[in-house]
Design a protein around this ligand. Structure first.
Ligand SMILES: Cc1cc2nc3c(=O)[nH]c(=O)nc-3n(C[C@H](O)[C@H](O)[C@H](O)COP(=O)(O)OP(=O)(O)OC[C@H]3O[C@@H](n4cnc5c(N)ncnc54)[C@H](O)[C@@H]3O)c2cc1C
Length: 410
């Protein structure tokens, strides 16, 4: 078959390589002058290629589309990705949290491997060329529009990515074509982002990072999400860091105008245990000030803010704190509340949540259920996962599911 792949990112490049492997004549269009512009910035330039987990453990990190991904993940999982890149000559290593990186810590090695494989498999790579539209006839994809001209193909694979970091080329073109051809687009929203808050008292904390804390998102008294114990960071006007950006993936599709975030600074201790610890600290401090007490519990820059919130002065004597003040301190340390203002936008979003509805795409082969020979792979689909290499694996698994199907149809 004469197949066209639109988008030379992670999903499109691998799909084109596999299609060529299976004997198809493949053309890959990429609007940038190079393939893999987004891949270059992944994992802070190190490329967290995949996550060395499979099956249910892998799927538990998929926020939207885990059921849809079951078949494709079984067909081509992280073990397969690792084997493939090793076969391309890229040695890999596994770090904390099963995150897989090239041993060189260079995302450019991943891009070079894909570029090489495309060349070896004789894929026609057309760079610096934006596909303007896809062409369908009688419910079938029959080509694309490039340079105002129709180019005919037997099958069209849309691998145009989402809308985040648009400067890398992912400007949402695939959504427009999908919608025009009758597909539902689940509203794309930024995901894996920081959270801006209304509470000005924390703004001075920018740059402070905290370990071993948890965050929860609560709307109208109902807990929507509670993070595992981990790391967070105060940013200009809000909060970010691993546990916060993970939380964003669970609250970005709902109305958060009344949402609160609660930080638990002492998740290892119950309120009762924290009470006891505070009483012990106070007893040991003698006539010292509340500032000394708070410094045993928190980083210095947070102490004044907590004192303000519980209505005590840093200079007051710790051993003169009333029972209510001690209760308030425990409560503030366990439930430090922030009112959400908004989430960071697409320009800072690691991924886009939303996209082509998976209800209209076959989970087995990524073919549209509405238009024959039209395929959607990677981030353009309504699938997204947490950080840790899971999103690239979704791109690879969907790419291979599509290529394998066309193999069977060859
Ligand atoms: C800063 C950052 C860090 C990340 N780090 C990681 C990480 O370490 N691990 C991980 O698993 N995930 C990471 N991700 C997410 C991951 O990069 C994406 O999920 C993945 O790249 C999606 O692949 P894709 O092929 O679907 O889309 P993309 O990689 O976005 O590729 C789409 C391609 O299509 C091209 N294109 C679009 N429209 C057209 C058109 N009309 N004509 C021709 N070409 C077109 C674009 O130029 C682009 O090259 C990160 C994302 C960001 C932004």
């Amino acid at each position: 078959m004469n197949v066209c792949v639109i988008g030379g990112g992670a999903s499109g490049s691998l799909c084109a390589i596999k299609l060529a492997d299976y004997g198809h004549k493949v053309t890959l269009y990429e609007k940038n002058e190079k393939i893999g512009k987004k891949l270059y910035i992944t994992g802070k330039g190190r490329c967290n290629l995949t996550n060395a987990t499979t099956g249910n453990e892998f799927l538990s990190h998929v926020v939207n589309g885990s059921k849809f991904m079951m078949s494709a993940e079984t067909r081509f999982n992280s073990t397969d990705t690792m084997e493939l890149f090793k076969s391309f000559g890229v040695p890999l290593k596994v770090e904390r949290g099963n995150r897989v990186f090239p041993q060189s810590d260079k995302s450019s090695d991943i891009i070079a491997a894909l570029t090489n494989a495309l060349k070896m498999k004789k894929v026609k790579v057309v760079l610096g060329t934006t596909v303007q539209d896809i062409v369908t006839e009688e419910g079938k994809a029959v080509g694309v529009v490039v340079n105002n001209k129709v180019e005919n193909y037997d099958a069209v694979v849309v691998a145009t990515g989402g809308k985040s970091y648009a400067a890398t080329g992912s400007t949402g073109d695939g959504y427009v074509w999908a919608q025009k051809t009758g597909h539902t687009i689940v509203e794309p929203v930024p995901s894996l982002v920081g959270i801006f808050v209304k509470d000005k008292d924390i703004f001075a904390l920018e740059g402070l990072s905290l370990k071993n804390v948890t965050v929860s998102a609560v709307i109208d008294g109902k807990t929507i999400y509670k993070s595992p114990v981990g790391e967070m960071l105060f940013i200009d006007g809000g909060i970010s860091g691993p546990i916060v950006i993970s939380m964003s993936a669970y609250i970005n599709r709902i109305d958060i105008s009344n949402a609160k975030v609660y930080i638990d600074f002492k998740p290892a201790l119950s309120s009762e245990q924290l009470h006891q610890r505070i009483n012990r600290e106070i007893a040991g401090l003698g006539a010292k000030q509340i500032s000394s007490l708070l410094e045993t519990l928190l980083p210095k820059s947070l102490c004044g803010i907590v004192a303000n919130r519980i209505g005590v002065l840093m200079e007051d004597k710790a051993n003169q704190m009333s029972a209510t003040q001690r209760d308030n301190l425990v409560n503030t340390l366990k439930h430090f509340d922030l009112s959400i203002d908004h989430l960071e936008g697409f320009e800072r979003a690691v991924i886009t949540s939303g996209g082509v509805s998976t209800k209209q795409v076959s989970p087995r082969n990524m073919q549209s259920k509405l238009i024959k020979n039209l395929y959607f792979i990677g981030e353009v689909l309504d699938i997204d996962a947490l950080t840790g290499g899971f999103n690239l694996q979704l791109a690879f698994s969907t790419a291979v599911a599509c290529a394998s199907d066309l193999k069977e149809n060859n």
